[in-house]
Design a binder for this molecule. Structure first.
Ligand code: SF4
Length: 330
């Protein structure tokens, strides 16, 4: 893959129908040990002109779809759907997602220009969302964040992964728990919808409890709109693989993961929506979606049922989370 080649639709599942616009290429940090998405690729910012050219090109596609729909006597939505354009599936561009890993790294003024161009080009646009690194947001002033919010950036997706300082160092996240909490809190104060990602299993069998407790502690300071779980699993090319091979990190069992998420849910003191159903590796967490605090009892009951179920069946000999490691060591 060349440095500019698209890594594919790297975006949250909730952005499946959004128009994807790359404002940067790859990840400016690129050191997280569990992540392989941009490893070996160089980061670069794209110029405002380059991005505006992409936005204009998408605008021209919308015009062509509308003209075609007119000629055919059908709706633009129907033409878009039949031609594999999910971002135009409603007939208008209503949602945009800015790629790649950390859009807020670009100067605030440039990002405002890009947002203005988007809202000018797509008059029905309702929201623009993006990924942002905690450290980058931590470094932004509240004024800059509020300016971006006013310009129409709507939701920030932040990878907290863990709120435990020791684990944050081990995974080379490049930010402390305090900085992560401050970043999320500031984003909320600026008016953003905030979606925080936590990684069950990241503390392995030894540090799971500290990981659960401290992650909840950071989230309690932020009270994000959404908390999304992304169960830790090994992916080829992720540096953390070496620590697992050396036996320094023992992958969690399913029972361990359930106990960990149970502890996490118990410790949360937030008004967030907990989303576990939008990630395939969370499959052991059936029905553990809901709004806190009102759904806490139901979520804990669902986890307890899953625990009983796993205990009755017995832990599989090979954890499903060990597949890639086994392949790599072969
Ligand atoms: S900031 Fe995100 S994309 Fe970059 S290395 Fe870390 S997890 Fe991967």
């Amino acid at each position: 893959m060349t440095d500019d080649a698209s890594p594919g639709p790297i975006r949250p599942p909730s952005e499946a129908y959004s128009l994807l616009i790359r404002v940067t290429v790859n990840c400016p940090w690129n050191r997280c040990e569990f992540c392989n998405v941009f490893k070996g690729s160089k980061f670069r910012r794209r110029s405002v002109e380059e991005i505006e050219r992409d936005i204009s090109a998408a605008g021209r596609v919308v015009g062509e779809v509308e003209a075609w729909a007119d000629r055919m006597g059908c709706s633009a939505a129907a033409v878009a759907r039949r031609n594999g354009l999910p971002w135009l599936g409603s007939g208008e561009v209503r949602s945009v997602f800015l790629q790649d890993a950390d859009s807020l790294i670009i100067p605030t003024g440039e990002l405002v220009e890009i947002l203005e161009c988007l809202y000018r080009t797509f008059p029905a646009l309702e929201r623009v969302c993006t990924y942002g690194r905690g450290k980058t947001i931590f470094r932004k002033s509240l004024d800059d964040l509020a300016r971006l919010r006013r310009a129409g950036l709507s939701r920030l997706h932040l990878g907290l992964e863990t709120g435990d300082d020791e684990l944050l160092v081990q995974i080379r996240k490049g930010a402390t728990a305090g900085e992560m909490a401050e970043a999320g809190r500031k984003a909320k104060e600026a008016g953003f919808e905030v979606s925080e990602y936590v990684m069950p299993g990241l503390g392995g069998r030894r540090d799971w409890e500290r990981h659960a407790r401290n992650s909840a502690r950071v989230l309690n300071r932020i009270d994000p709109d959404f908390i999304r779980l992304r169960t830790f699993h090994l992916v080829g090319g992720a540096p953390i693989m070496e620590r697992v091979r050396r036996g320094e990190l023992q992958m969690q069992t399913i029972e361990g993961l359930l106990l960990e998420v149970r502890r996490f849910v118990e410790e949360l003191d937030v008004t967030s929506e907990l989303v576990t159903s939008d990630f395939a590796y969370n499959y052991y967490l059936g029905e553990v979606d809901g709004r806190l605090p009102q759904d806490r009892a139901r979520l804990l009951e669902a986890i307890d049922r899953a625990l009983d179920d796993w205990r009755a069946r017995g832990e599989p000999e090979r954890s499903p989370f060990r597949g890639p490691l086994n392949r790599c060591s072969a």
